[in-house]
Every structure is written in structure tokens, then in C-alpha cells.
Design a protein around this ligand. Structure first.
Ligand code: ATP
Ligand code: MG
Length: 434
């Protein structure tokens, strides 16, 4: 739009065209106010009924809330206005009227339940708090992307429609691909690994993953965004260093560049980037510590996965981000390498936030014979993965990497209760639209 001025940039003395939504109308008798809202903020438009043309006053005061309007007028200083300035209008045009009955109140005066908000996301994201979450999300993705570029990784995009899942199993969504069965990919795992053997060597991807998880939880989505990294010639320890760097970069970017949004979310005082290196606990140490808290009904034994309760007990005990390393091989996927000196121990690691798992990663099995044996042990048909295993016969370097859930990162950075707050249009058991 030509000559449009954002409300935040309107300076006293200027003649401006502002455009946005009718946030509020206040009629005080001889004088009426229209509060116009755009992405940068709000501005008051004043209608002095005796001094102005009747048609102009009518246009500015009969419009319904949340209608889209453009106002041409002069900006004047007004100490009593919320932003210290107001617009004295020459013309008001209703560009797109809104129904007077709104499914939710974007001014935030009336609270709406999450399902109502998600059904009407457009209106929901006119609220400052909801909008702030997605501005922070964009900043986190920007910072993580920049961090990966700094460590020399190339951004890639891999297929989401695949012939076989990454790990097989029940978490796959089947689709029909020209009459053949295909699937939505669970993870870019196998493709990103293939790229470390290509000339690219070190890659990252930020893209959707699809998981047919049956359960409805506050931290699972059926379509999530995964931040993946994979590099040739590094081991699991170096992958943990990069993982920690990426998470730290996200926090620091929010700390530096999102103060306004943190303020809107009521987090300005409590927000802090994690300090110090993330402790690295071995799985053995982790289960001992969980058991020592005495918070579980049943003690964990070697080979148990960490249950949600165990993760929470350990999170409270550690009090910050931490890695769990050296898992029993049998509970980590086949493509993760075991320690050379102890086959029962995996190089797999998880990065935990006190509230939940954020990342899984590890060094990968790059030796052809061991990889194929791993498929068989996991009950998968190596022939179905021939496109992948074949490349391990043509020079596949040692490599490591990780997958970090973008929504879980955002959720833990901001302390959101439900992962659905961290995604525009969540996909879950009940929700396929919008
Ligand atoms: P969990 O045990 O918490 O269900 P997972 O171990 O199955 O997670 P991974 O396959 O290790 O998940 O995926 C790597 C990361 O991707 C996870 O640590 C998490 O941050 C994110 N992630 C995985 N599944 C989901 C999901 N259904 N919804 C949101 N994020 C997910
Ligand atoms: Mg995991």
C-alpha cells in the first residue's frame, strides 16, 4: 500500500495514512475515539463531533470492531492518548467490514479456551500475547539457522513423501501415491545421513516430521517441526557441543531481540538464558539419581526407558538442561553406533529440559556390515532400505548428529503449558482443520 505509515512510526505534525483493524470504539458523547491496531501497535483516532463533517463522524463511529479501515489524517500530540499522539482524521474508509458477532475477542478482554482460539487462529493472532509467541518462534528459527551456518552446515530439504519410514513401526501415516502405498516421513534421519557421505558433509534441515502417535499429550503433535543436524567426521560428543550451541543461540537471540514480546507475555523478569555447560549424565548415573529422589513408585532398573515421571523427577533434581548419554544399546535405534569398547552401550544421547526431552542424537553406524545387521536385529527388511544402505558401500565417513523439536524448544523457552500454543495450526488426534 502506497504511503502507509505504521502506527508506531506516526510522528506529531505529519499527515499520515494508517491502516489496520478497529480495536475499540469509545463514544463519550461530544467526542468519540476509534483505536486502530496494526502489527506495530495501536493509535487513537479522535472524532470531535461538533467540529467535524457528519459523514466523517458517522463513518468512524458506526464501523464494527475488527473491521479493516484506512484513516487519513494529521498526527497531533495528545498526552492523554495511550501512545501520546492521536490522529485527527480527514477521511475514514472501511476496507473490509467485520461481522459484529466475533467468535473470540481479539482485544483479549474476554478469555477464550484453547480449542476456540485454534479454530479461529487468525483472530487469535490479533492478540498481542499469541502474536508474540510466533514472533519469538521466527526469531528462534532465524538464530538456529544462523548458528548452523556459522558452524559450516548447509541447509537442505529432504522428501516428506517416502516409500519406507525411518524406523518402521506404527507411527507412520500411510498415503496413496499413484496407487501405491507410501508414507509421510517420520524424520529426515536417513536422508541427512546420506548427505554426510555426499560432497556437502555437514548439513541441517528445519522441516516437518509426521508421527501417527495415538496418544494426546501436551507435548506431542502429529505434525511437528524438526531441527536436524548431521555432520561427517564428528563423534557424538562433538554433536552434543553443536546441539548445546544451537539451543544456547536460541535463548540468546530471544534474550537480545525479543524483549518487547517477553514483556507482552509477562516473562520479562523471569526469562533467562541457561548459564554454564549442560551437564552430561550417563544413563547409569541418570537412573541412579532418579531412584535416589524416591519420587517413583517403582525403582528403575538397567534397560528401562526413562518414563515421563522419571524425566520429571530427574529434571527437578538437576534443575536445568542436561544430556543423558551412554544408553543401553537395545533401547536406542539401530542406526546409532555402539561404543567401540562396549557393544552394550550406545553413543546415543538425549538433551533434556527439566520438563521434557528436546533432542535425540548420537554417532551413527557407518560400517556397512554392522548397519545391515542392525536392520535385521530390529526386525526391518534391509532390502526395503537398499537406497540407504547401498551408499554405505561407497565411502561413508564416520558421522554424528541430532534432531531437536522446534515446538518443544519454543515451549520450554517460554514455559508454555501446551505444545499446541507453539504451532499455528496443530495436528493432533482431534484436529485436522484448520
Ligand atoms: P518422545 O519420547 O518425547 O515422544 P521421541 O524420542 O519419540 O520423543 P525422537 O524420535 O527422538 O522423539 O525425535 C527427536 C525430537 O523431535 C524429540 O526429542 C522431540 O523434541 C521432537 N519430537 C519427536 N516427536 C514429536 C512429536 N510427536 N511432537 C513434537 N515433537 C516431537
Ligand atoms: Mg528421542
Amino acid at each position: 500500500m502506497e504511503n502507509r505509515t505504521y502506527t508506531a512510526d506516526a510522528e506529531p505534525g505529519e499527515r499520515v495514512t494508517v491502516a489496520g483493524w478497529v480495536h475499540e470504539l469509545r463514544d463519550l458523547g461530544g467526542i468519540a475515539f476509534l483505536i486502530l491496531r496494526d502489527k506495530t501497535g495501536k493509535i487513537q483516532v479522535k472524532f470531535a463531533k461538533d467540529e467535524m463533517d457528519d459523514d466523517l463522524v458517522e463513518a468512524g463511529t458506526s464501523v464494527s470492531r475488527e473491521s479493516v479501515v484506512t484513516v487519513v489524517g494529521t498526527v497531533e500530540e495528545e498526552p492523554r492518548a495511550p501512545t501520546g499522539v492521536e490522529v485527527v482524521p480527514e477521511s475514514v474508509e472501511v476496507v473490509a467490514p467485520a461481522d459484529p458477532e466475533l467468535p473470540l475477542d481479539p482485544s483479549g478482554k474476554v478469555d477464550a479456551e484453547l480449542p476456540t482460539r485454534l479454530d479461529n487462529r487468525t483472530l487469535d493472532l490479533r492478540r498481542d500475547e499469541a502474536k508474540a509467541i510466533f514472533e519469538i518462534r521466527a526469531e528462534i528459527l532465524r538464530a538456529v539457522r544462523e548458528y548452523f551456518r556459522e558452524v559450516g552446515a548447509t541447509e537442505i530439504n529432504t522428501p516428506k513423501i517416502v516409500a519406507t519410514g525411518t524406523e518402521g513401526g506404527t507411527e507412520l501415516f500411510p498415503i496413496t501415491y499413484f496407487g501405491e502405498e507410501a508414507f509421510m516421513n517420520q524424520s529426515p534421519q536417513l536422508f541427512k545421513q546420506l548427505m554426510v557421505g555426499s560432497g556437502l558433509e555437514r548439513v541441517f534441515e528445519i522441516g516437518p516430521i509426521f508421527r501417527a502417535e495415538e496418544h494426546n499429550t501436551p507435548r506431542h503433535l502429529n505434525e511437528a517441526t524438526s531441527i536436524d543436524f548431521e555432520s561427517a567426521f564428528i563423534d557424538h560428543r562433538e554433536a552434543m557441543d553443536v546441539c548445546e550451541g544451537a539451543v544456547r543461540a536460541a535463548y540468546e537471540a530471544v534474550d537480545e531481540n525479543c524483549r518487547e514480546q517477553l514483556e507482552l507475555l509477562g516473562l520479562a523478569d523471569e526469562f533467562e538464558a541457561p548459564e554454564g555447560a549442560f551437564p552430561r549424565l550417563s544413563y547409569g548415573e541418570a537412573i541412579e539419581r532418579v531412584n535416589a529422589t524416591g519420587e517413583l513408585d517403582e525403582q528403575l532398573v538397567w534397560g528401562d526407558d526413562l518414563s515421563t515421571e522419571a524425566e520429571k523427577a530427574l529434571g527437578r533434581d538437576v534443575g536445568g538442561h542436561y544430556f543423558v548419554t551412554d544408553w543401553p544399546s537395545e533401547i536406542k535405534p539401530f542406526y546409532i553406533k555402539d561404543h567401540d569398547d562396549d557393544e552394550a552401550l550406545s553413543t546415543g544421547f538425549d538433551l533434556m529440559h527439566p520438563r521434557m526431552e528436546l533432542v535425540s542424537g548420537g554417532q551413527r553406524e557407518h560400517r556397512y556390515d554392522e548397519l545391515v545387521a542392525g536392520f535385521e536385529q530390529q526386525g526391518l527388511d534391509p532390502d526395503a532400505f537398499e537406497y540407504y544402505t547401498k551408499m554405505f558401500r561407497y565411502g561413508m565417513p564416520p558421522h554424528a548428529g541430532f534432531g531437536l523439536g522446534a515446538e518443544r524448544l519454543l515451549m520450554t523457552v517460554l514455559g508454555l503449558e501446551n505444545i499446541r500454543e507453539a504451532v499455528l495450526f496443530p495436528r493432533d488426534r482431534q484436529r485436522l482443520s484448520p
